[in-house]
Each structure stands twice: as structure tokens, then as C-alpha cells.
Design a protein around this ligand. Structure first.
Ligand SMILES: [Zn+2]
Length: 426
């Protein structure tokens, strides 16, 4: 057996134990628990093997506090000579547990080929696979060129501002040549990027009055109803007709989409144990939060103009219609070129390890690549890692051991191709 392949296979038990240890640290976000603990764990593993470990707290980032500090770790191994820097970035935070589990969400139970737990696939399995890949590669090519970095970062699930964005602003990617983000996109696929995002809040305004005499007021909820009716009639058909050349998966996300994430109007909802009746008022405010996902062929200014044009059409025909629109969040689409070095090297490695051609996909939602692209100014970045994307954030989330081994093999081979002079087969 080839040396590198044997080095990965020999680490099967270690890979399982590492994944289990990581899952058992419940790095829940929100509020951001045990971030320091997981960074300490990684430092304790890697520093004794000669990795320089830097602990970085994102002071002042959203959510950062003395109670819930935003800790990140970057582990770096310098090779014997000059060469490229290959960086693996994983987020260490996980989303809430939710309902419907039949396994202990932080038990990391191994059952057959699967390890169960919150974060197993998104993305502690990917983090573990990248560490094992790097360790196996270093064992077979100790005098490699360039450098390898492994980062575990905070808050990807809540925008990445206490994690990759913070690191990128500090210049953490300035010397990096290749980035692989081991998000669960499946071991035979390369994710080139993601669609764009625009979140905004639209508020319609009216006048409060007694609910028994609505003609004395002006109902903001009815105004919002007119906005929603116009969206049904004109906006959703328009968006569905826009198709992208980006290979977005699932297929439905190859069009532009818009979700209404929330709607609020009238009296605030009371707590569940409140036993009183509501009061009769004409709502004077109604708000919706829109979540518009757009394509690389679209321009953000045009995306916004579609919505303001719609609101102006409603205003033109509805007496008293007043609205405000507030931007909440925006991300430009990101898509790495298929000819970029990290794409070509990873595609070739997938073919050699798995014996089939790599697939190329684009994510419907965003992930930390946006910060590496926009703030870090690094285009040579992909997401590639083990796991089934649909399991992310679900109950009984799991990661397959064989999938992790296979993708660790791919990552190790990428390191060999980029950093080892005697690059061999697999
Ligand atoms: Zn993730």
C-alpha cells in the first residue's frame, strides 16, 4: 500500500476518538459555550507535535463577553523550506440541539460506521479529518515545503464575525495561498462558493385606533397584506424565472429566492402562561424580514431596486401607504474559478482516492468563504469535507467514519501535491 494511504488507514481509531472528543465539547452557539475549551483541547493535541498554536479572542465581536468569549485557534506547522501555505479552516461552533433526538447529542456514540452528535457532520467530523490528514501527511513527508495551518474558529453559524471575519481583518490570510473549508459537502464534491444574501426589514405604517372603529385608524397589517399580494403576483414569478449558471445544489436553489423570515404586527404576543385577553387596537406598525438569496449574475443594487419598485407600485395605488425599508445584512455571491490551483489539486486528489470524477457545486446559503474572499482577498478557496449536508442542524446528526477517512485521504493528497517534492500516488 502507498505510504500516505497506509498512514491514513493506521489512524482510523485516532480519527474516531478525535471526532468523539470534539463532539463531547458542547460548543453551542448561541450563546457561544466552551469555545476556549475546544481551543485548549486542540492546542493540547497539536502543540506537542510541533505545531505553533495561536489563541485569538475576538474582543468586541458580536456576542463576545467575559462570560462567552469568542476564542479561535490557529495551529501552524512550518516546513523545511519555502513554499505555499495551505490552510484548513473549520468552525468549532454548533447550533442548538432542538427536539427529536434518539441519541445523546453530546455522547458521540459510535454505532457501526456512524458517530452521532450535534456538530458531527457540521463540522467536527471535517475538522477531525483535516487534522488527521495533516498529521498523516507530516509523518510521511516531515521535510515538506511551505507551511500548513489548521484553524478552528467561532461563530460561523451566526455570521462568522467572531471567527473568520475577525481573523481576516487582522491579516490572518495575507500569507495563505490555498484554503480548504471542510464543511459537509460530501467527499466527492468541491463547493466553489455560495449565492448572495440580502436581508432587510420592511415596515408599513398606519395609525392606531380602537378596534371597534377601525375607520378612525389606518391598519398597517392591511398595508402589509397589499405588499405580500404584490409579491405573490409579481415578485416570486420574476425570481423563479431567473436561473443561474452556478452549479447550486439543491436544484431548486438555482433560481433566485426570497423568504419571509418573520412577520410582526399589532399587539405583541404575550407569554404562553399569560391568561388575559388581547386588547382591541388597529395596528399602526407591521414588519416583515425578507431573506433574499441572489445569483452571481445579479447585481445587489438591482436586487434592492426590485423590492423598492414593488413598494412604490403599492404606494401609487393605496391611499395613506407609508413604508420604511432597512438593510440588515448583505453578502455578495462568491465563486472560485474552476481552474484555481486548490480546485484543480483537490479534484485530481478526489479522482485518485475515490476513483471517480469530482463534482462541482455551489452552496445555496453562505459560509465563511465570504470573509476569506471579501476581507481576506483570497480567491483560491473552496469548501471540501465529509458528511451529508442535509443532516446539518437536524436531530440525530451523524458522520460516517469511512467518509471521514476518504476525505482525509483527499486532503492529505492535496498537501502532498502542493507541499511535497516527491509527490507520489495514492
Ligand atoms: Zn458548518
Amino acid at each position: 500500500m502507498n505510504l500516505l494511504k497506509a498512514a491514513i488507514a493506521a489512524r482510523r481509531d485516532q480519527l474516531i476518538a478525535l471526532t468523539q472528543d470534539l463532539i463531547r465539547i458542547p460548543t453551542l452557539n448561541p450563546p457561544g459555550r466552551h469555545y476556549r475549551d475546544i481551543c485548549d483541547y486542540l492546542q493540547a493535541r497539536m502543540a506537542p507535535q510541533g505545531w505553533e498554536c495561536e489563541m485569538i479572542r475576538a474582543h468586541g465581536a458580536p456576542g463576545d463577553s467575559e462570560q462567552f468569549p469568542r476564542w479561535n485557534i490557529v495551529a501552524r506547522r512550518r516546513g523545511a523550506g519555502p513554499g505555499d501555505c495551505v490552510h484548513f479552516n473549520s468552525h468549532h461552533d454548533v447550533v442548538e440541539v432542538g427536539h427529536g433526538w434518539t441519541r445523546d447529542p453530546f455522547g458521540a456514540e459510535l454505532d457501526g460506521d456512524r458517530i452521532y452528535g450535534r456538530g458531527a457532520c457540521d463540522m467536527k467530523g471535517g475538522l477531525a479529518a483535516s487534522i488527521i490528514a495533516a498529521e498523516a501527511f507530516v509523518a510521511t513527508c516531515p521535510d515538506h515545503a511551505g507551511s500548513i495551518e489548521i484553524s478552528a474558529t467561532a461563530d460561523e453559524e451566526s455570521g462568522g464575525y467572531g471567527g473568520v471575519a475577525f481573523l481576516a481583518e487582522r491579516g490572518a490570510y495575507a500569507h495563505v495561498d490555498h484554503v480548504i473549508i471542510p464543511e459537509p459537502l460530501h467527499k466527492d464534491r468541491i463547493c466553489l462558493g455560495h449565492r448572495g444574501v440580502w436581508w432587510a426589514e420592511i415596515e408599513t405604517q398606519g395609525r392606531i385606533a380602537h378596534g371597534s372603529m377601525p375607520f378612525l385608524g389606518d391598519c398597517a397589517v392591511r398595508h402589509m397584506g397589499a405588499v405580500l399580494a404584490e409579491m405573490e403576483a409579481a415578485l416570486w414569478p420574476l425570481l423563479a424565472a431567473k436561473r443561474t449558471e452556478m452549479p447550486v445544489i439543491p436544484e431548486g436553489a438555482r433560481s433566485s429566492t426570497l423568504n419571509i423570515n418573520a412577520i410582526h404586527g399589532g399587539a405583541a404576543e404575550q407569554a404562553e402562561d399569560y391568561t388575559g385577553l388581547p386588547t382591541p387596537c388597529v395596528p399602526d406598525r407591521c414588519r416583515i424580514t425578507i431573506d433574499r438569496r441572489f445569483l452571481i449574475e445579479e447585481d445587489l443594487a438591482e436586487v434592492k431596486a426590485e423590492v423598492t419598485a414593488l413598494l412604490e407600485r403599492v404606494r401609487a395605488r393605496r391611499p395613506g401607504f407609508r413604508y420604511e425599508i432597512r438593510d440588515l445584512f448583505e453578502v455578495i455571491p462568491s465563486m472560485t474559478d474552476r481552474e484555481a490551483p486548490v480546485v484543480r489539486t483537490t479534484a485530481a486528489a478526489i479522482e485518485r482516492v475515490l476513483g471517480r470524477e469530482a463534482g462541482f457545486v455551489v452552496s445555496p446559503g453562505t459560509y465563511d468563504q465570504k470573509h476569506i474572499d471579501r476581507i481576506g482577498k483570497l480567491k483560491n478557496c473552496i469548501a471540501y469535507g465529509p458528511g451529508v449536508l442535509d443532516l446539518a442542524h437536524q436531530p440525530d446528526e451523524w458522520i460516517g467514519v469511512q467518509d471521514m477517512l476518504d476525505s482525509a485521504g483527499v486532503m492529505a493528497l492535496v498537501l502532498q501535491d502542493l507541499l511535497c517534492r516527491e509527490a507520489g500516488s495514492y
